[in-house]
Ligand binder design. Structure first.
Ligand SMILES: *Cc1c(COP(=O)(O)O)cnc(C)c1O
Length: 403
């Protein structure tokens, strides 16, 4: 029934009116680890919370409705969600992943491949030539992450799905960066969507969680079997909080992306800025694809500054932007990916992915845009030294100076 509703309504109404015991409007939280059987021969719907839990089910149902999935599993983290998907591949089979995927995903794929659990190839999926060359190796599973982190590269989901279908591969999209409010990969032909619900879906930076959502019930059942088998399912309290955060997904992300656009415009106009990586800019590679497959450009962007801007000082000088990893919360965050979010990648892998040591990533929150603009402007002034003979006293420093 909920599938015919608008996505905003699915979010706002998630878990409302599900309490048969007392008719509570807000849903109850079921913390119980186990559930009684009426009869030893009648297995109840819920018997043990690792296998199934009513509060977790509410979140799973809401996320399935939002992404257009048949069956979903809520996991303990985004990494647990990705690892769960990797249960679908066997030794000798190839996983095709973006060369600039989330740092933790890169580490997971590399570490598991090293153990021989599958083979992995990292490719630039935003480049049609390298992408079709990679498909010559007959992958079993293709992981898509668009926009990518931290350079916001755009992959054409439909084109990637077409290549995967021809190769008989499963396509999995990590939709963490946009959420179903701005992009719905299953509609574009993907088989599975993965989320770190830690980010926009919960949005309040107080839960680490994940989800795997499958278009076909049979793949969903297989994933649920593995989730119970390996014990990666999410905790009830985390599910309760995430469902609470989910209700405001639309107003949060819409406001945050509007503010991001304003901040991006200001940075593009600043002559101390070399490049702003934001899919909403007409000059951004993949802008047209983003326009076609996304409902908005999102609240995330990255910036490469010119010589003469000390990016570490920039981070230290911001007062509203907090120096932290993660993204998608109500609060504005700033980070240097090479030293923080992507430190688990080797320097070589970062170089191949184009992540320079001076790149700065921004996640725009719900603060007033004027305050954010003032904060960045003040921090940039404090981090910029230009001398009359144009010698930079503060060259873009290496991330290794941090350690
Ligand atoms: C954060 C993130 C993950 C990992 O999720 P956790 O909840 O931190 O385990 C995976 N993919 C992307 C794109 C992310 O941003």
């Amino acid at each position: 029934m909920s599938r015919s509703r608008n996505l905003e309504t699915i979010c706002a109404a998630a878990g409302v009116g599900v309490d048969d015991a007392h008719n509570s409007v807000a849903p109850p939280l079921h913390l119980s680890a186990n559930y009684a059987w009426n009869d030893p021969c009648e297995k109840p719907q819920y018997d043990y919370s690792r296998s199934g839990n009513p509060t977790r089910s509410q979140l799973e149902e809401a996320l399935c409705a939002l992404e257009g999935a048949e069956k979903g599993v809520v996991t303990a983290s985004g990494m647990a969600a990705l690892d769960l998907v990797l249960c679908l591949v066997s030794p000798g089979e190839l996983v095709l992943a973006p060369h600039d995927c989330y740092g933790g995903t890169h580490r997971l794929l590399t570490a598991r491949a090293k153990r021989g659990q599958f083979d992995v190839a990292f490719v630039d999926q935003s480049n049609p030539e390298t992408l079709s060359a990679a498909f010559a190796r007959a992958p079993k599973l293709v992981l898509i992450e668009t926009p990518s982190n931290p350079l916001l590269r755009i992959t054409d989901i439909g084109a990637c799905v077409a290549l995967a279908k021809k190769a008989g591969a499963i396509t999995v999209a990590d939709n963490t960066f946009l959420s179903p409010a701005l992009q719905r990969p299953l509609e574009l032909g993907c088989d599975i969507v993965v989320h770190s619900t830690t980010k926009f879906i919960n949005g309040h930076s107080d839960v680490v969680g994940g989800a795997v959502l499958a278009r076909d019930a049979s793949i969903g059942e297989e994933l649920a079997w593995w989730a119970n088998c390996t014990g990666v399912t999410g905790a009830p309290f985390d599910s309760f909080l995430t469902l609470r955060g989910l209700r405001t997904l639309f107003p949060r992300i819409e406001r945050q992306q509007q503010t991001a656009q304003t901040v991006v415009d200001a940075l593009v106009a600043d002559d101390r800025v070399e490049t702003v990586f934001y899919p909403g800019l007409a000059s951004h590679p993949g802008h047209d694809i983003a326009r076609a497959q996304q409902k908005g450009f999102g609240p995330m962007f990255s910036v490469e500054f010119k010589e003469g801007v000390d990016v570490l000082q920039l981070l230290r000088a911001t007062e509203i932007f907090t120096i932290a990893e993660s993204l998608g919360g109500f609060e504005s965050l700033i980070c240097v990916p090479a030293a923080m979010t992507h430190a688990s990648m080797s320097a070589e892998a970062r170089q191949i992915a184009g992540i320079s040591e001076g790149l700065v990533r921004f996640s725009v929150g719900l603060e007033h845009e004027d305050d954010l603009l003032r904060d960045i402007s003040h921090a940039l002034d404090s981090a910029s030294i230009t001398t009359s003979d144009n010698v930079s006293l503060f060259p873009k420093q290496a991330a290794k100076q941090c350690v």
